[in-house]
Design a protein around this ligand. Structure first.
Ligand SMILES: Nc1ncnc2c1ncn2[C@@H]1O[C@H](COP(=O)(O)OP(=O)(O)OP(=O)(O)O)[C@@H](O)[C@H]1O
Ligand SMILES: [Mg+2]
Length: 219
């Protein structure tokens, strides 16, 4: 899709502390500088219902645990609401949607955490997404050490995911690399170990061909 009124849907994926949120904001800013209208959003979340689901996922009532399949369904219920009420309307208006985590995170976390079968996750994903598949997914990759340092340097308390052992983070990294390699049409692997400016530059190299022709720019 290259016509001047079409928006594009870009998702950012990768483990905790790889720099997704930092890059998502930088991409949104740069697209706006090119005169494009941008919706910056995240998952789980992005709409009031989906944000409420996010809270239930990340902060369940004391002593309560979601079963793996329940968790996968809740994330997908939130995603469907997000798609129906925010993402699709924005794309239909010709806006660009930058989403900090999306369906690949469900494939990764719900299979590693709870062992929900990939075939189940992919089947739910297909039904929930329909035709709304990202134009490009940027998969951010850094070593475990760098990600750990970044998480440690970041302000705020560690959430449930961030307290996992190294083996968990290693499995997450490997699963994202697998997705990037298995879907090269959609996914672009980004070396996120460099400075934020260089990460943005690498990401921009991957997305600038989506810009309407008259706005093509390398700066
Ligand atoms: N390229 C970079 N070089 C150095 N530090 C970075 C870089 N990108 C992000 N950071 C810093 O690392 C920390 C984690 O970054 P960020 O919050 O963007 O990661 P994230 O992938 O969104 O993490 P999470 O999955 O936990 O939300 C932040 O303190 C951020 O300022
Ligand atoms: Mg983040």
């Amino acid at each position: 899709m290259t016509d001047t009124v079409s928006g594009h849907f870009i998702t950012l994926e990768g483990g905790e502390g790889t720099g997704k949120s930092t890059l998502a904001k930088a991409i949104a800013r740069k697209l706006e500088e090119h005169g494009l209208r941008v919706v910056l959003t995240r998952e789980p979340g992005g709409t009031p219902l989906a944000e409420a689901a996010r809270h239930l996922l990340l902060h369940p009532p004391e002593g309560q645990v979601w079963s793996p399949l329940s968790e996968a369904l809740l994330v997908n219920a939130a995603r469907r609401d997000h798609l129906e009420k925010l993402i699709r309307p924005a794309l239909a208006r010709g806006e660009w949607v930058i989403c900090d985590r999306f369906a690949d995170s469900t494939r990764v976390y719900q299979s590693i955490e709870g062992g929900v079968e990939q075939v189940t996750l992919l089947s739910i994903e297909r039904d929930v997404l329909g035709d709304t598949v990202p134009s490009i997914t940027l998969v951010l990759d850094v070593s475990l050490d760098v990600a750990r340092q970044r998480r440690a340097a970041r302000a705020g308390a560690l959430d449930t995911f961030e307290r996992r052992p190294d083996a968990f983070h290693e499995a997450v990294r490997a699963a994202f690399l697998d997705i990037a390699r298995s879907e090269p049409e959609r996914c672009r692997l980004i070396d996120a170990s460099v400075t934020p400016d260089l990460v943005l530059s690498a990401a921009w190299d991957q997305i600038q061909h989506l810009l309407p022709e008259r706005r093509l720019a390398t700066s």
